[in-house]
Design a protein around this ligand. Structure first.
Ligand SMILES: Nc1nc2c(c(=O)[nH]1)N[C@H]1C(S)=C(S)[C@@H](COP(=O)(O)OP(=O)(O)OC[C@H]3O[C@@H](n4cnc5c(=O)[nH]c(N)nc54)[C@H](O)[C@@H]3O)O[C@H]1N2
Ligand SMILES: Nc1nc2c(c(=O)[nH]1)N[C@H]1C(S)=C(S)[C@@H](COP(=O)(O)OP(=O)(O)OC[C@H]3O[C@@H](n4cnc5c(=O)[nH]c(N)nc54)[C@H](O)[C@@H]3O)O[C@H]1N2
Ligand code: SF4
Ligand SMILES: [Mo]
Length: 676
């Protein structure tokens, strides 16, 4: 069989590599060796041929003039963006020579890898790189920027990243999108919800911003940021009070329902209304709908998790389906993330055993600015890949000050000269996922997919696995693990006897079928991986870890005397900061906007369309304001991680850590706004 790369014309199966729950199946059309069109693969069992606008326009990114073609070294000042071409040989030699010296003078922990999921392929995002940095003994990175707080919170209740099969949600009669902008960020869950709606389902959206998802709802419930656990506790109060709980389910499958019943007495609708801004009658209406309609499904989003109390909020909401016994009903329950169904063998893929120094320090990626400016012993070298911290990390001004340090040796491997890459000493060009072999495991649906290279490598670009193999060789690491091929690594990762859901799935089946579903069975009856094996409404483990053992409302941390809570989320046409440097996607998105309530605008003398300055003690940015009723008074919302210095929303966001998992608190910062 010819590889796809050798065939200059045709249509080839592929996977979307972006950090998005949908992980769509794609069909890539090639003409004369180049991709001319990308569309959804109608054979994909969940995504069924529909894809988002971002990826329909992906060719504009793959063949963007600005894409990096060869390695470069810096010739201008840090951050200035002046570079000259060098060979791969020189690049790899420069990096390894620097590191060999650092290991002598400062030890390997002075080197810090910084990466996230710019490419969701497991080999690219957490394969050969992990092996390499483990062997090197570099500082470890705690990759907590996305969903760490909620993952931890959900785990206390449910034991792991286990929710329902999204394919079952067509049977739901009540669907609650809670803190998720699903129209932009999980479009196929919206498609499934629309199907359910045709069968009579109602869609509720609970959000701080009436965005495109809120507009699609049968009922949009605006809420004050960071107060959702109070609303969930208010619902529980009414469910118990009005006898709408499934006692048989609670007795059989949960721990602590009696304690919970007493505990939620304090969360009466009047109290909850004063915390959340949700009217008392709406709290009753919501609780009664939730108590009476079955199957009901809650899609728990990231908006809840990027707060000081994100862990506890998700922990609390994830208790709700148990109260009404929804886990036993097809289409009932919740999804926060489904990542653990497809958990592969990380020991074999990532080889943590290669870490010689077992006590290697761990650095939280949300604290990058602090780490670069304050840590002792200092970080002396940073290797960035699959991430763009100068734009996406909180306290961006600290991050940039750190990146600009003259004594910090920075290497960035990316497809573009990102804002971060402008600070690099050495820039390495990365292949796109269409040029690589990899395997993909969705964190929403239950399918594993394979990517085989479709096109030739762009310019001199190299994949992550290739780069780390080269670095290993030059460092003199002769361990056999650095010679293993991508195919061998996939086979090892899939060989995971501890995960019964992966039984019978191997490399050959993946190549043959392209999409393979995990052997998923309903969660109940069954044992959860919590200490008790049941849903833990009361969690002894939480108590041991220093948290209230029962779901609780904890207010946001005081962020200073600024009048507005600032919620800067992602936008529709970018994927975090990816596409923020591609003209096509910028033109689709136009410009960043600050959404503000009419009452606040009036008080500040601000009019729709005015240019405003948004500022606090951390920084400032400028944007156009949209005045209306889409946010509550006291809240301002903007979307999109734009690259420009004046649009850098993360110059305003706090680097406090959330209550659990070392998570980020992007949405718990406060700002002031004034007309320019
Ligand atoms: N188009 C597009 N898709 C994406 C991404 C992207 O950048 N663009 N990013 C991808 C990634 S990495 C992730 S993690 C996901 C994130 O996608 P989502 O899970 O949708 O998370 P966010 O968009 O951060 O926030 C979701 C919603 O929460 C709201 N919100 C904020 N604070 C609160 C609160 O306190 N309470 C409530 N109820 N709502 C609140 C916001 O207004 C927003 O509408 O999307 C992925 N998909
Ligand atoms: N204010 C605010 N900040 C946020 C968020 C928010 O909602 N608000 N969301 C947060 C969340 S949820 C997340 S997940 C993070 C995401 O933050 P990042 O993980 O940094 O995501 P991206 O901005 O998409 O940057 C990914 C980079 O990886 C590169 N890349 C893609 N494929 C490859 C590859 O194969 N190899 C290499 N070497 N590079 C590759 C891309 O070109 C891109 O520059 O941002 C966080 N930051
Ligand atoms: S970004 Fe999400 S919705 Fe768009 S093609 Fe990729 S997986 Fe599908
Ligand atoms: Mo994320």
């Amino acid at each position: 069989m010819h590889s796809y790369v050798d065939q200059r014309n045709g249509v080839f199966p592929s996977v979307c590599s972006l950090d998005c729950p949908d992980q769509c199946g794609l069909l890539v059309h090639k003409k004369d060796g180049k991709i001319v069109k990308i569309e959804g693969d109608p054979n994909h069992p969940v995504t069924k041929g529909n894809i988002c606008n971002k990826v329909r326009n992906m060719t504009e990114r793959i063949y963007d003039e600005k894409r990096l073609k060869y390695p470069m070294k810096r010739t201008g000042a840090k951050g200035e963006g002046k570079f000259e071409q060098i060979s791969w040989k020189e690049a790899i030699k420069t990096i390894t020579a620097h590191w060999k010296k650092l290991i002598q003078t400062d030890g390997p922990e002075s080197i810090l890898p910084y990466s996230f999921y710019g490419n969701m392929g497991n080999l690219s995002a957490e394969g050969m790189d992990r092996r390499f940095f483990h062997r090197l003994g570099a500082s470890l990175l705690d990759r907590s920027i996305c969903s760490a707080a909620g993952t931890e919170g959900y785990k206390y209740t449910m034991g792991g990243r286990f929710g329902i099969d999204p394919e079952d949600t067509i049977h739901s009669r009540l669907i609650i999108f809670w803190g998720i902008n699903a129209v932009s960020t999980n479009m196929h869950q919206v498609v499934l919800a629309q199907k359910a709606r045709k069968n009579g389902a109602k869609i509720i959206v609970i959000d701080v911003h009436k965005n495109q998802t809120g507009r699609l709802a049968d009922w949009f419930i605006p809420i004050l940021p960071g107060t959702d656990s109070a609303l969930a506790l208010g619902i529980m109060h009414i469910l118990f009070d009005e006898d709408m709980v499934d006692t048989a389910f609670l007795q059989k499958y949960t721990v602590g329902h009696e304690e919970l019943r007493e505990h939620v007495v304090q969360y009466d609708p009047v109290t909850v209304s004063s915390i959340t801004g949700v009217p008392v009658e709406d709290i009753y209406k919501l609780a009664r709908m939730y108590g009476q309609i079955s199957p009901s499904f809650i899609r728990i989003g990231n908006g809840l998790q990027h707060h000081d109390n994100g862990g506890m909020t998700v922990r609390t909401i994830s208790c709700l389906p148990a109260l009404t016994g929804q886990w036993l009903v097809k289409g009932g329950g919740a999804i926060k993330g489904n990542g653990d169904y497809l958990a592969y063998n990380t020991q074999k893929l990532q080889r943590p055993d290669l870490l010689k120094n077992k006590n290697t320090r761990v650095i939280n990626m949300n604290l990058l600015g602090q780490a670069l400016l304050e840590l002792d012993p200092p970080v002396k070298s940073l290797f960035v890949y699959c991430s763009n911290p100068a734009v996406v990390a909180p306290e961006a001004n600290k991050v940039r000050e750190g990146l600009a340090r003259e004594d910090l040796f920075v290497v960035v491997h990316d497809l573009f000269l990102t804002e971060t890459a402008k600070y690099a000493d050495i820039v390495l060009p990365a292949t796109s996922s269409f040029e690589n072999t990899d395997f993909y495991t969705s964190y929403w649906h239950h399918y594993i997919q394979i990517q085989q290279p479709v096109i030739e490598r762009y310019g001199e670009s190299k994949s992550n696995t290739e780069v780390f193999r080269l670095l290993a060789k030059e460092m003199g690491f002769d361990d056999r693990v650095f010679d293993e091929s991508d195919e061998e690594m996939i086979a090892q990762a899939l060989d995971h006897p501890n995960n019964p859901y992966l039984e019978g799935i191997d490399y050959e089946t993946l190549v043959e079928k392209q999409y393979v579903k995990a052997n998923v069975k309903p969660l109940f009856p069954g044992k959860l991986p919590t200490p008790s094996g049941k849903i833990e409404l009361y969690s002894k483990k939480m108590e041991d870890d220093g948290y209230p053992p029962l779901p609780t409302y904890t207010p946001l941390v005081d962020d200073g005397d600024f009048p507005f809570l600032f919620v800067p989320g992602p936008n529709h046409n970018f994927l975090n900061s990816t596409f923020s440097n591609n003209e096509k996607h910028i033109s689709l998105e136009k410009e960043p906007r600050l959404h503000m309530n009419v009452k606040d605008a009036l008080a500040k003398g601000i009019h729709d369309g005015d240019q405003v300055r948004v500022w606090n003690h951390r920084g400032e940015c400028e944007m156009k304001v949209s005045v209306g009723e889409n946010v509550l008074p006291g809240v301002v919302v903007t979307q999109g991680l734009w690259g420009g210095a004046k649009q850098l929303v993360n110059s305003l966001t706090p680097d406090r850590l959330a209550d659990m998992g070392g998570g980020a608190t992007f949405f718990s910062g406060r700002v002031d706004v004034e007309k320019l």
